[in-house]
Write a protein that binds this ligand. Structure first.
Ligand SMILES: [Zn+2]
Length: 274
């Protein structure tokens, strides 16, 4: 019943597109609206609104601007060649069954190029919480912290973080709680999010999309952006960097064991494997 009332409310505030298991409303911004108010009105997170409306920032909101808002709170993933519901479930740290229910799917067959809706309520069920930091993305560990031959300059240089390769559009989650101190273009880092808590700074670089804004408080596990190939990068991956009191440290020292980046937790069907 609550869902029906919400649907009618949405109809009165703009047009609504209905898909299997979810619908999207096109909200028209009114005088006095803030991003926070709009998100609260529709029971979605600000991160969700920014993910659906990638050019939006709190300061660029203007009257009559149209904003896409999903119901329930959730995000889309575009299926790539080679993806299965199983790999997509892993990218969102959730289960195959959750994805099937959310998308009204009766089979496991999905087409490249189609969209899978992932409710925020399902995201993160499989986050590995063995350490104080979460693995921010599901992918392949592709470059360690420390001295290496730079893949672009081919010169010996110090790699200030670790790299995790994943397809463009793979969600990136906040590894820990904190305040967003930077969200935007940062030369070689490309599109980057920087999150600070006390003397700890965490950087997420080479993103294709950012879904947080400077000054925002984020909890661990919030969707902060999507994997990309921006800045000095040779392919889609996340550069994950951690600084203690301004000095970089090896992120592997504060993350759950490396072998568990693929594994997550084997507690639920559809999750697991190394
Ligand atoms: Zn890197």
């Amino acid at each position: 019943m609550k869902r029906i009332f919400l649907f009618l409310f949405l109809l009165l505030n703009g047009f609504v597109l209905v898909f299997g298991g979810y619908f999207i409303t096109n909200y028209v911004v009114r005088s006095g609206d803030t991003l926070y108010d709009i998100a609260r009105k529709f029971h979605v997170s600000v991160c969700t609104v920014l993910d659906w409306n990638s050019t939006l920032t709190p300061s660029c909101l203007r009257v009559n601007q149209e904003i896409l808002i999903p119901q329930p709170d959730g995000v889309l993933y575009t299926v790539k060649t080679g993806d299965s519901l199983y790999t997509i479930a892993k990218r969102f740290f959730t289960t195959v069954e959750d994805l099937k229910v959310a998308n009204d799917l009766s089979t496991n067959v999905i087409r490249a190029g189609s969209s899978i809706f992932v409710p925020v309520s399902c995201i993160g069920k499989a986050f590995n919480k063995e350490k104080s930091f979460l693995w921010p993305v599901y992918g392949v560990f592709s470059s360690p912290y420390g001295w290496r031959i730079h893949p672009i300059t081919h010169k010996r240089s110090f790699h200030t973080g670790i790299d995790i390769a994943a397809p463009e559009g793979t969600p990136v989650f906040s590894s820990s709680a904190g305040v967003v101190t930077r969200a935007g273009e940062a030369s070689g880092y490309g599109l980057m999010v920087e999150i600070k808590s006390g003397s700890t700074t965490v950087r997420y670089a080479h993103l294709s999309k950012i879904s947080v804004y400077t000054g925002q408080w984020v909890e661990e596990g919030f969707l902060i952006g999507r994997v990309g190939n921006t800045g000095a990068s040779t392919g889609p991956h996340l550069h994950f960097e951690v600084l203690f009191s301004g000095k970089t440290t090896n992120p592997l020292s504060i993350l759950p064991p490396l072998t568990e980046v693929y594994a997550l937790k084997d507690t639920e069907e559809g999750i697991g494997g190394k």
